[in-house]
Design a protein around this ligand. Structure first.
Ligand code: EPU
Length: 334
């Protein structure tokens, strides 16, 4: 059975099982235990952060748990529990319509709500961890239910407990968000204030719908649509380096973008490093570096996972030789 993924890479599994409720997931787990004992299990979302290097000799699980319910509401905020199979961007659009704010900057990120909580998706100065209150999961091993409060999710930059020590152990079934009932635009990210002003708007006149549209326009201008050209968004994480390392590079490249990170460290822009190294728009067989955002690798048509991997490794080697920086993929290799 074919496994859907936004890279458009052909990959098969023994079976792909989609469940639309927690009960259906429990039934599926029993069937998997009886029918496929000993085979590996892989839980995916929309496949927007996966690179298949070969077929998957096991069973793939996918959530189609839809819908959302309000759990608690005060004058200032609302707790909304969302099914993990809900498309993230659809939920953001509905939330804004309902007057629930905080996720506007995450507009148009591909993927499902469950994956957003696993990956701690982020864009334009907001990360999923800023709005997540609680995550609910079901153990793939014994079907038991578990809840994690936000502070127990070990969130970091594109990192969580679900991606590290609990990887492969739980299906996320629901995510509860704490959203604001008063709109406060977050415009700290470079370029956002300018984009707002270019529309003749100010921080005070801007509505959440307008901010969502601005974010959507910026993304569309830079990032390829996976429906048109296979890709997984940013292929690499932005590297976080010591202050000494950043200063050494800045003395050589004074215009290099850099941002403060945790523990006095400095985050660099992988896209900038890759562009400086001359890779932007370059191809290696059917795999290429996107011509408008060098952090994105694309399938020009018919690429295999290994084609993309070869390009990834060539870039990693070059960036390491030129800048002494080891780029780490954000995409999960399967
Ligand atoms: N840059 C270049 N050349 C490029 C790409 C970027 O010089 O080809 C420079 C830009 O000019 C800018 C800096 O690098 O000075 C940062 O670029 P950008 O604002 O486009 O963001 P990014 O760091 O490349 C990150 C996220 C994106 C997210 C944007 C906006 C990661 C790995 N990527 O990209 O997330 O949309 O910021 O917040 O953190 C994703 O994870 O799939 C993704 C698209």
């Amino acid at each position: 059975m074919r496994i859907e993924n936004t890279f458009g890479i052909a990959a098969e599994a023994r079976e792909v099982i989609t469940y639309d409720s927690e009960e259906a997931l429990l039934e599926a787990l029993i069937r998997i235990h009886n029918q496929y004992e000993g085979l590996p299990l892989l839980h995916i979302g929309q496949g927007s952060n996966l690179l298949f290097l070969s077929n998957f000799e096991g069973v793939v699980l996918k959530s189609n748990i839809k819908g959302f319910t309000t759990k608690e509401e005060t004058e200032d905020d609302v707790l909304v529990e969302v099914g993990s199979g809900e498309i993230c961007d659809d939920f953001i659009a509905q939330a804004i319509q309902n007057g629930w704010y905080g996720m506007e900057n995450l507009s148009l990120i591909p993927g499902q709500i469950g994956a957003a909580a696993v990956q701690n998706i982020g864009a334009y100065g907001v990360e999923a961890q800023d709005v997540i209150e609680e995550v609910k999961g079901i153990s793939l091993k014994d079907g038991s239910t578990r809840f994690w409060k936000q502070k127990d999710c070990q969130y970091g930059y594109r990192q969580s407990v679900f991606k590290s020590e609990l990887w492969g152990q739980y299906a996320i079934t629901r995510v509860t968000f704490r959203l604001k009932k008063h709109f406060e635009p977050k415009l700290q990210y470079g370029g956002l204030v300018k984009a707002v002003e270019e529309k003749g708007l100010t921080k005070d006149t801007l509505t959440a719908e307008q901010l969502r549209q601005i974010i959507i326009d910026i993304r569309r201008a830079k990032l390829p649509d996976p429906k048109e050209q296979g890709n997984a968004g940013s292929f690499f994480k932005n590297p976080v380096v010591s202050r000494e390392k950043a200063e050494q590079l800045l003395s050589e490249y004074p215009t290099m973008p850099h941002y403060p990170a945790d523990e006095g460290k400095v985050k660099l822009a992988a896209g900038w490093l890759i562009e400086q190294a001359g890779w932007k728009g370059k191809s290696l067989g059917p795999a290429a570096v996107h011509d408008r955002q060098a952090l994105v690798l694309v399938n020009k048509g018919g690429a295999s996972g290994s084609d993309i991997q070869r390009l990834c490794e060539a870039i990693q080697k070059d960036i390491n030789e030129r800048f002494g920086i080891k780029l780490e993929p954000e995409v999960n290799f399967i």
